[in-house]
Design a protein around this ligand. Structure first.
Ligand code: PGA
Length: 262
């Protein structure tokens, strides 16, 4: 089954509001004719409203980089799903390795966030991936399985269909060292197998599995050529307009050009 490709830009802690408006305008102009691929940008929280307004009329979606599992209350510094609805986010990245490592997020917390995200009709992008040490000690598959199992506890097959999974080997993030297309495919097909075992064939064939970790305009095509790689979660290369545009266009074998949707 052919899944619709998805390219997501994770801007991390970069871009002021004016810089966001400039970058979104560049991306919008560069991609206005590209079809056959879903595209989303995930600026920092303070830029979401400006990005949302600037994206008006474009076929590019907005996403957040994290979200609180609670809806309202005394949670200093946290951002609620209602607030993300306010600015018309469609996606929310959850369990990014930087959140896990720097902010101590656990699989259990990520699981609660995913449930909340689904309850509010967001598309959660669940990040999984092993560290270099885990890969070298041949535990990569075991670690990803543990993240997969725990982060998705309690979710029904109908929920899982709406989840996007991003395989991001930690050793490839921001390092310039990309997993080879074969390494990516090996883990993606393993994740697809886990999906099939737990939620059945139909669901497993519908879930999009993105690759993340030093994705660039010159390596995206070979990654996308693998049958279980359905798109990319792009960090560093997504905050430069030209490179993000090229990643999106190079992700498709033959970019379809069609008139603007709205
Ligand atoms: P990178 O980051 O593309 O800069 O390696 C990917 C990510 O952290 O999602």
């Amino acid at each position: 089954m052919k899944r619709r490709p998805l390219i997501v830009g994770n801007w991390k802690m970069y871009k002021s509001i004016p810089e966001t408006i400039t970058l979104v305008n560049v991306i919008k102009a560069g991609l206005y004719k590209v079809a056959g691929v879903d595209v989303a940008v995930c600026p920092p929280f303070t830029s979401l409203k400006a990005a949302s307004e600037t994206l008006e009329g474009a076929k590019i979606d907005l996403g957040a980089q994290d979200m609180c599992s609670e809806v309202e209350g005394a949670f200093t510094g946290a951002i609620s799903p209602l607030m993300l609805k306010d600015v018309r986010c469609r996606y929310v990245i959850l369990g990014h390795s930087e959140r896990r490592k720097i902010f101590g997020e656990t699989n259990g917390e990520i699981n609660r966030k995913i449930s909340t995200a689904l309850r509010f009709s967001f598309v959660p992008i669940l990040c999984v991936g092993e560290t270099l040490e885990e890969r070298e000690s041949k535990r990569a598959f075991e670690v990803v399985k543990e993240q997969f199992d725990t982060c998705l506890i309690g979710l029904a097959a109908s929920d899982i269909e709406r989840v996007v999974i991003a395989y991001e080997p930690v050793w490839a993030i921001g390092t310039g060292r990309t997993a080879t297309p074969e390494q990516a495919e090996q883990m993606h097909s393993y994740i697809r197998r886990l999906l099939k075992e737990k939620y059945g064939e139909v669901v497993s064939e519908r879930v999009r599995i993105l690759y993340g970790g030093s994705v660039k305009p010159d390596n995206i095509a070979l990654l996308m050529a693998k049958s279980n790689v359905d798109g990319a979660l792009v960090g560093g290369a997504s905050i430069k307009g030209e490179s993000f545009i090229q990643i999106v266009t190079n992700a498709l074998p033959e970019p379809l050009l069609e008139p603007v949707r709205r």
